[in-house]
Design a binder for this molecule. Structure first.
Ligand SMILES: *Cc1c(COP(=O)(O)O)cnc(C)c1O
Length: 367
């Protein structure tokens, strides 16, 4: 029995993704063991922060890194760092930043909600949002026209949540930043890797520890040394409300050091996805296929398309029954309106794909 069931909480099978509402990631034994050991002793937190930074730097190819409690905290802390730097009095004054260079430029199609609004995390760090362009169209000039002597940074959200067309690319925005000498921060929370953005020349990149990395509830900011130093300093200010514990930092470090190779990761997903497709091969009313991620990440999922007439059940009813069953099964339902659900293989524990397939067949009354 899992620890959650001891408290009468329902058992969950997560076939949806690295969702905060379902607990983010289930970590490997090595990560859990690091957290278990870390919790039972003391450490100089400042020293641990700096050591974690070295490890983040090594893995990401950035100059330095700063652990956070999540990517959302990373947004607030990096914004704060860009506005007040290492000035203690100003750090203590945040989130009030009137009179400071506090404007954060962001493309309109990037102002999304990831569970909470991006804009709110920026404001928490003292940022004043300057939206540019339209929801489905932003030109280089929109950014250039918005730059003023109050601009602190350009904030870029690289995410499946954002509008996927009509926005400027990371390379284009980093180029503008370089031309105008304005730092560019990239929120790459749920991407597969931060290295491409560091190599393109982003000043800071934010990442979540509990998504692609399969780490504990945690995150980090990586990038230029002096900016990361300023990020660490924010723990004397607004960062204190987002305190990252020694257990989380040790879990994060271990997840970084034992990070699975991407090719192996993809291969495991493809194998499971193909197995699921096989199970629905001769079932009338269901067409199954392996599909790549809609936002271009190296993720492959099993997608099931239902012929609702033939099966005499709606896709929403299928989802409802999956979620109300025991265990409760959560699939990826962004295309439910088109009669489709996807099964994300990454968060499944060993063997759970069989439970998902059996339950689906039971609901569809097929064999
Ligand atoms: C998930 C997500 C976040 C928040 O990450 P946490 O680690 O859960 O705090 C921020 N930005 C984007 C784009 C995300 O997808």
């Amino acid at each position: 029995m899992s620890i959650y069931q001891k408290y009468d909480l329902k058992q969950i099978i997560n076939a949806s993704g690295k969702m905060t509402v379902l607990g983010g990631s289930a970590v490997d034994e090595s990560v859990a063991r690091a957290m278990f050991e870390a919790a039972q002793d003391y450490v100089d937190i400042q020293e641990l922060m700096v050591k974690a930074g070295e490890i983040i730097a090594k893995v990401t190819t950035a100059e330095d890194g700063c652990p956070t409690v999540g990517a959302a905290a990373g947004i607030a802390i990096s914004t704060a760092a860009l506005i007040v730097g290492t000035n203690l009095s100003l750090i203590e004054q945040l989130p009030h930043s009137d009179g400071l260079k506090n404007e954060i430029i962001i493309q309109k199609g990037h102002l999304v909600n990831f569970g909470a609004p991006i804009a709110q995390m920026i404001r928490l760090g003292g940022g004043k949002i300057v939206e540019v362009g339209q929801v489905n169209h932003v030109a280089k000039d929109h950014i250039l026209d918005a730059i003023s002597e109050k601009t602190a940074a350009i904030f870029y959200v690289k995410s499946h949540h954002t509008v996927q067309k009509g926005m400027l690319s990371t390379a284009e925005v980093i180029e503008i930043g370089r031309e105008k000498n304005i730092p560019v921060v990239i929120d790459a929370a749920a991407e597969e890797d931060v290295k491409p953005y560091i190599q393109q020349g982003a000043n800071l990149v934010i990442f979540s520890g509990s998504k692609a990395l399969n780490g504990p509830t945690s995150g980090f900011i990586c990038g230029q040394k002096e900016l990361i130093e300023a990020c660490r300093m924010q723990y004397k200010g607004i960062g204190r409300a987002m305190k990252v514990g020694k257990e989380q930092i040790m879990g994060l470090i271990t997840a970084l050091e034992t990070k699975k190779d991407e090719a192996k990761n993809v291969q495991e997903q493809l194998q499971k996805a193909q197995w699921i497709v096989e199970q629905f091969k001769n079932i009338p009313g269901v067409s199954a296929s392996v599909v790549p991620d809609e936002a271009g990440r190296k993720i492959f999922r099993a997608q099931l398309k239902f012929d609702e007439q033939k099966l005499k059940i709606s896709t929403y009813e299928i989802i409802k029954q999956l979620e109300e069953g025991e265990p409760a099964i959560f699939t990826r339902n962004y295309y439910a309106n088109l009669g489709m659900i996807s099964i994300d293989l990454r968060p499944l524990l060993p063997g759970q794909e069989k439970i998902v397939v059996n339950r689906l067949k039971e609901i569809l009354k097929v064999q």
